[in-house]
Design a protein around this ligand. Structure first.
Ligand SMILES: Nc1nc2c(ncn2[C@@H]2O[C@H](COP(=O)(O)OP(=O)(O)OP(=O)(O)O)[C@@H](O)[C@H]2O)c(=O)[nH]1
Ligand SMILES: [Mg+2]
Length: 334
């Protein structure tokens, strides 16, 4: 039923490209407190809140209060769900953010592709995107005259390169006290998460933007208690499960004397934190292939981790490939 609360100061856009995926992403911007009151029927959420939320009997989505003016809805990725959620948002008065016509906005562009590339430059999160976007007019021209690649190969590379525009979600999971928050703070260069020797220090999910050598990602430090089956912690467990399935890169963390977490899916990277303790004879966690040893305290292998996450999300082969990039749904590769 349409809400009587005025949502005219709120707008939304679908961020995920129109392809089926496990988790989709919608961005809601503007007067978020008003939107939460009308759509979630509850008190205001502090910035940084991550919850599993039923949305209008359509789907249960992971919802993240990213800032005072932005909320992410991360529902399941079917087109039908996205369509129904968009209809619901419009019904409660939230405006769809209509993509402006880039050809009108960039009259100096030599082609529609170049106009789209110039529009993408203004919203690309990662500095690494810029040179590539500026070269797309030439690359697509070349491809149309002399196609050297199949469309499916272009699309596969484009899915990786699209992380340069819309930041990928990196989620770090591990048992309590393994050093997740210390790692997050070391990469960020500031104290975003409180750290201590007390287990369960991180009670909430801490979501930050991190620049990994030119690739900007959304980095999520999680509370180390999701493996608990205590009923009071079900919401935290459910949120963790949602984040784990939404993660574009899942990092599993252990440490000397602290074992790997039980996860519902294979992690993409395995790290042994507090590696400085190994020198004092502590036992190294085993059972995983290709473990990267890191000490956030003394800075060991932080650059190596940055490189591995970056290469997992946007492999250097994709960055250096001379072919075109389908960076906007409106580009037709045919
Ligand atoms: N020796 C050593 N100690 C570390 C290192 N990283 C973290 N620690 C210590 O380990 C303890 C736990 O660190 P946290 O970063 O709070 O661990 P966490 O995994 O976030 O813990 P929870 O939030 O409780 O799940 C703190 O006392 C840190 O100072 C490291 O690289 N070396
Ligand atoms: Mg922590």
């Amino acid at each position: 039923m349409p809400s009587r609360i005025d949502n005219s100061g709120v707008a939304f856009r679908i961020v995920t490209a129109s392809a089926p995926g496990a988790v989709a992403m919608m961005e809601v911007v503007g007067e978020i407190d008003t939107f939460i009151a009308s759509a979630m029927h509850g008190p205001a959420w502090p910035v940084g809140t991550i919850r599993l939320q039923r949305l209008a009997n359509i789907d249960t989505a992971l919802v993240v209060r990213v800032s005072s003016t932005m909320l992410w809805l991360m529902p399941h990725g079917g087109q039908r769900i996205l369509q129904r959620l968009a209809q619901w948002l419009v019904a409660i008065g939230v405006r769809p953010l209509v993509q402006s016509n880039p050809i009108l906005s960039f009259p100096e562009a030599r082609s529609p592709t170049e106009a789209l590339a110039l529009a993408a430059v203004s919203r690309a999160a990662s500095p690494l995107a810029l040179d590539l976007l500026f070269d797309q007019h030439r690359r697509w021209r070349q491809h149309r005259f002399h196609p050297r690649e199949s469309i499916s190969a272009i699309r596969a590379r484009s899915r990786q390169l699209n992380h340069l525009i819309d930041p990928a979600l990196v989620v770090v999971v591990g048992r309590p006290n393994v050093g997740k928050s210390t790692l997050t703070n070391a990469l960020l260069g500031r104290e975003a998460s409180i750290t201590s020797e007390v287990q369960g220090t991180t009670r909430d999910y801490v979501l930050t933007q991190l620049d990994l050598a030119g690739l900007v990602v959304r980095w999520c430090d999680t509370p180390g208690r999701y493996e608990s089956v205590d009923s009071a912690e079900r919401q935290a467990i459910a949120v963790s499960a949602g984040l784990i399935s939404a993660a574009d890169c899942l990092i599993s963390a252990a440490a000397p004397g602290i074992d790997w977490p039980d996860l519902p899916r294979e992690p993409d990277l395995c790290v042994c934190l507090k590696s400085d303790l190994l020198e004092f004879g502590s036992d190294e966690p085993t059972g995983m292939a290709d473990i990267l040893r890191i000490s956030a305290r003394i800075g060991t292998s932080l650059a190596e981790l940055v490189g591995r996450v970056r290469d997992f999300l946007v492999p250097s082969a994709a960055l250096t490939h001379p072919g075109p990039w389908c960076f906007d749904d409106r580009i037709s590769p045919e």
